[in-house]
Write a protein that binds this ligand. Structure first.
Ligand SMILES: [Zn+2]
Length: 167
């Protein structure tokens, strides 16, 4: 590997690479900030090389402060990414933390009351559906074991997991 005149810069770029290799870095704004800080430090160091004497000294001091900032930004990005990944894993271990009771199941919940045309017993048809668009009328079997009657029930065309139970 080529030896750089700026070991600080090499260090920064390596750290940036390592942070970018962490899982799911895409949604971390601090990483964008850190990348920008590394770019600024690079620019500052490059400028230093083109100057001489007193100006170079001042530029060098500014560049080192930019390197410091970039280092800090990278470390914050790394912490944030790891913390986010940690939270994700904890949620997964708990089997998900649904904000509402049904949110771990797909779609929306709906139900409709029906009456069996054969035995006359009322029952409830519960279903889940993707969206409330058109409805369809469909015969649903009576939940009463001894009855093989049906009731015509109207529910969304996107309904699934349709279940009838006695009321
Ligand atoms: Zn029935």
């Amino acid at each position: 590997m080529q030896q750089s005149v700026w070991p600080e810069l090499d260090e920064l770029k390596q750290e940036l690479e390592r942070v970018c290799e962490l899982p799911r870095t895409g949604d971390e704004p601090l990483l964008t900030t850190a990348s920008l800080a590394v770019t600024q430090a690079t620019t500052a160091l490059t400028r230093t090389a083109q100057l001489r004497g007193r100006e170079a000294e001042q530029a060098r001091a500014a560049a080192l402060s930019a390197v410091e900032k970039a280092r800090l930004a990278l470390s914050q990005a790394r912490t944030a990414i790891l913390a986010a990944e940690n939270r994700r894993q904890q949620v997964q271990r708990r089997g998900g933390t649904p904000p509402t009771e049904d949110s771990d199941k797909p779609g929306l919940a709906g139900h409709v009351e029906a009456t069996c045309t054969a035995c006359g017993r009322p029952f409830v048809v519960r279903y889940r559906y993707a969206k409330a668009d058109a409805t369809t009328v469909f015969p649903v079997s009576c939940p009463e074991p001894a009855c093989d009657g049906t009731a015509n029930v109207e529910y969304p065309t996107t309904a699934f997991q349709v279940e009838a139970s006695p009321r």
